[in-house]
Design a protein. Structure first.
Length: 311
């Protein structure tokens, strides 16, 4: 029996105009944008649809990405499509929490608005991130551990693509050591700080204050967290995991492999871009991967699922 996962991308896939076709096509999607605007005091539709510099600033990027993901999710659910498990990469984990019924959308919007502000304000000077191509994760871990200063793995994206993070000098030194050890190449990323490193631990702690009074619901659908790459067994674990996630490695490859091991054979990426679909091609080509970013994607996926009797 087929088992479906909804997966949600993280920061970096944003673009001007994202979600606009869903906003115009479905009243339920417009309601999501309105809910996000009311929860945050921002004009989310304007930020997403009109040319502006704020969309690429962390404090605005995160809430805009989540709003679009939640809006597309509503359109998908409106067609009767359901998942058996959910997961999201970094920020996308909040999309998974909404899909799993753990956090109400309005609360998720409020939390993510503050998460973006905390992460942007906590970014220390001298931080950096770099992608490492074609090297075994264990070797990268070893070299990071041997490098002086703060440097560690931020993202286990897929085989052959891992991101490291930390102090700029340590990241640069690790990149040189990695290339000398056989990495195909390393690429410094154009980001505003060392995300998912211990340099952002304080932001994670402050997020705990934001989450303190947020009501969590029991899971309607299982969810896999970035921090452990495993299922979260109770809603009581979620807040601690979300706080830890800010400064810990995103174990995306391992999360996907966990879901596949449990029989998940269809993954639907919900949100801007095709980042997770690209990762899947390197993780496991044997599963079905679909992407819903634009209306044409939505129509194609719905047609495919109807043909399979899934909706």
């Amino acid at each position: 029996m087929s088992r479906t996962a909804f997966v949600f991308p993280g920061q970096g896939a944003q673009y001007v105009g994202m979600g606009k076709d869903f906003y115009e096509a479905f009243p339920v999607c417009r309601e999501v944008f309105e809910t996000a605007s009311e929860a945050t005091g921002l004009d989310i539709a304007k930020l997403c649809f009109e040319e502006n510099e704020q969309l690429n600033q962390t404090e605005y990027t995160q809430i805009c990405m989540l709003t679009v993901e939640a809006a597309i999710l509503k359109a998908v659910e409106g067609q009767g499509v359901r998942s058996e498990v959910n997961a999201g990469l970094s920020l996308g984990e909040y999309g998974a929490l909404i899909a799993s019924g753990v956090m109400d959308a309005a609360d998720a919007f409020k939390v993510v608005r503050q998460r973006g502000i905390l992460m942007q304000n906590a970014v220390p000077t001298g931080g950096a991130m770099a992608a490492v191509m074609a090297m075994d994760a264990k070797k990268i871990e070893e070299i990071c551990a041997q490098t002086e200063g703060i440097v560690s793995i931020a993202n286990y994206n897929c085989p052959g693509q891992i991101v490291i993070t930390g102090e700029e000098g340590a990241v640069d030194a690790a990149c040189e050591a990695l290339k000398a050890a056989g990495a195909k190449r390393t690429v410094k990323l154009n980001v505003s700080g060392p995300f998912h490193s211990q340099m952002l631990a304080e932001a994670g702690e402050k997020l705990g204050e934001v989450l303190k009074d947020v009501k969590l619901n029991d899971f309607s659908v299982p969810y896999v967290t970035n921090v452990t790459a495993d299922y979260v067994r109770s809603a009581g674990e979620v807040k601690d995991l979300l706080c830890r996630q800010v400064a810990s490695s995103v174990r995306w490859q391992q999360s996907v492999e966990r879901m596949i091991a449990d029989g998940t054979d269809t993954f639907i990426e919900i949100g801007p871009g095709r980042t997770l679909s690209g990762f899947m091609r390197k993780i496991d080509r044997g599963v079905t991967m679909m992407n819903i970013d634009k209306m044409e994607d939505f129509e194609k996926v719905m047609e495919t699922l109807k043909g399979e009797g899934a909706c």
